[in-house]
Structures are given as structure tokens and as C-alpha cells.
Design a protein around this ligand. Sequence first.
Ligand code: HEC
Ligand code: HEC
Length: 262
Amino acid sequence: MRRLAAAIATLIVALLALLAVKAPAAPPPGPPIVPTGGERGASTRQLGEELFAANCVRCHGVGGRGIVRSTDPALRGPSLRGVGALAADFYLRTGYMPLADATDQPVRAPPRFAEREIRGIVAYVASLGGGPGVPRPNPGAGSVAEGRELFTEHCAGCHQAVAEGGVMPGAKAPQLKHATPRQIAEAVRIGPYVMPKFSEKDISDAQLNALIAYVQYAKDPRDEGGWGINHLGPFPEGMVAWLLAIPALVLICRAIGKRVPS
Ligand code: HEC
Ligand code: HEC
């Protein structure tokens, strides 16, 4: 019985070790710097300008002119003149910005600023040189079937299935299940990181509605019986393997333990 207990303990330790091994994430960028003085009476855009100076200028430069040739590759950023409210809204609400290191791929995280602060920075970036406003897609007007075709043609190569995301050389195409309709519309027009951007010639606003309708639909595919674990991604599937393997190993330990009299 002691041997069995030891075997189970070893397995539990192994399982915990397995849980601890996670893909390395980008280093936390630290809390955003929020100016403490003067913002009370300040307009939202002024607040945005101050926040931009404190959190974004070191990579995007004064006035958002961009820093392309810095000696430190971790402190670089493209010009934000003309990217518009659309890009600022996307990058702030997905938590992609502020980055900690310009050489990292931006990854989704909880937004790092409060609502009024986001609106302020968006207004400030929009004031730098026009650019597209925040889109207002209407997925209710789109057909899921048409959207599925568009997704297969334009997106599935990288994003594979909506809930799973995909891997590509040098970058990870994220799952789309956290993206809101507005963020999908924004991502398609911006093409963040290595994703291509799609103009209205490539994908019209009407087609975009269909595409979003499909992504929204595919976030919650109806599982017909069974556990439907194939929609949860590799980690829970691995867990299921372990949950099946542990009892099996325990049984084997027990059988071995019985055969060798002690
Ligand atoms: C060449 C590969 C590629 C193609 C094609 C592509 N994407 Fe992407 N997509 C990416 C990568 C990589 C990211 C992550 C960007 C980043 O980290 O800054 C991304 C990010 C996104 C995001 C943000 C998701 C999030 O929550 O972080 C959305 C939404 C999105 N893509 C939708 C689409 C749609 C819709 C299409 C088809 C019209 C498409 N993508 C085509 C590679 C691609
Ligand atoms: C450590 C450097 C760094 C910091 C700090 C940073 N950025 Fe960025 N930013 C980048 C890099 C690099 C990219 C290009 C990433 C990409 O292609 O997805 C980028 C892209 C962007 C874009 C998209 C530009 C486009 O062409 O569509 C926006 C908008 C943006 N950043 C806003 C901000 C804001 C607002 C802040 C401050 C809250 C900020 N960034 C802080 C490095 C930084």
C-alpha cells in the first residue's frame, strides 16, 4: 500500500510539473503611467496627449512621428500619423499596446487603460493626421454561409479554425474567440503585425459583415454529443490524456506491486 501511495504521489508531482510548464509569455510591460496632476479639468483629448507622452512616445516618438532608427531595437515604433482612431482603438482595447519590447509580437491582454483614458488616447492619435474612424460593423446584416466562404478564402490559412488559432513561421495567429465584431472589423482593415491588411476592394463592408457573422457563429459551434474537447485546444486535450493515463498507471503500479512480495 505504501508503494501505491508513493506511486500516486510521484504522478501527482509529475502532473503539477506539467501544469507549471507554460509557453513563455511576453514580459509584463508594468503598470501604465497615468499622469496625476492637471487631468481633472483637462479635456479627454488632453488627457490622451499626456498619457501618450508618458506611455507611447518612447517608441512612437514625439507627436507620433515614429522612431524607426533607434540604437535600441526594443524601443522602436511606426509613425501613427494617419493610422486614425481605428488603429488606436484596436491596439488599446486588445491590450496589444503599450508593448514592453518593440521586437515582441503584440499579444491580447486586458486593456491597460480605463475607458476615458482609452478614449483620450484614441482622440489624440486621431488628431495626429486624420485616418479612418472607429468602424461600426453590422454582422446582423451578413450571411454566415457567405462569411464561411470568405473566411476559408482569406483567413483560414493562418487562423485555421476560429477557436483554435494557428501557427505560422515567426508569429502566432491568435484564436479569434475573444475578438469583438468591432475588433474583427478593425483587424481586417489594419492587418496587425504580420497579418495582411484588406482594403474595401479586397473585402467590402458588406462582405465584412458576413465574415464577422461567421466568426461570431463559429465561436460557439454546436457540439453534437460527446465532450467536444476538440474545440478547447491542445491544453485541455492533454489534460484528458493525463486523466485517463493516471488511473491506468496506478493500476499498473498496483499489479507490479502485487507480483513482487515484500
Ligand atoms: C498571414 C496570416 C494571417 C492572415 C491571412 C489573417 N490573419 Fe488575422 N492575425 C494574424 C496574426 C499573426 C495576428 C496577431 C497580430 C498581432 O499579434 O499583432 C492576427 C490577428 C487577428 C485578429 C486579432 C485577434 C486577437 O484577439 O488578438 C483578428 C480579429 C484577426 N486577425 C482576424 C482575421 C481575419 C478576419 C482574417 C481574414 C480576413 C485574417 N485575420 C487573416 C495572421 C493572419
Ligand atoms: C516598446 C515600444 C512601444 C510602445 C511603448 C508602444 N508601442 Fe505602439 N507599436 C510598437 C510597434 C513595434 C508597433 C508595430 C506592431 C505591429 O505591427 O503590430 C506598434 C504599433 C502601434 C499601432 C498600430 C500602427 C499601425 O500602423 O497600424 C498603434 C495604433 C500603436 N502602436 C499605439 C500605441 C500607443 C497608443 C501606445 C501607448 C499607450 C504604444 N503604441 C506604445 C511599439 C510600441
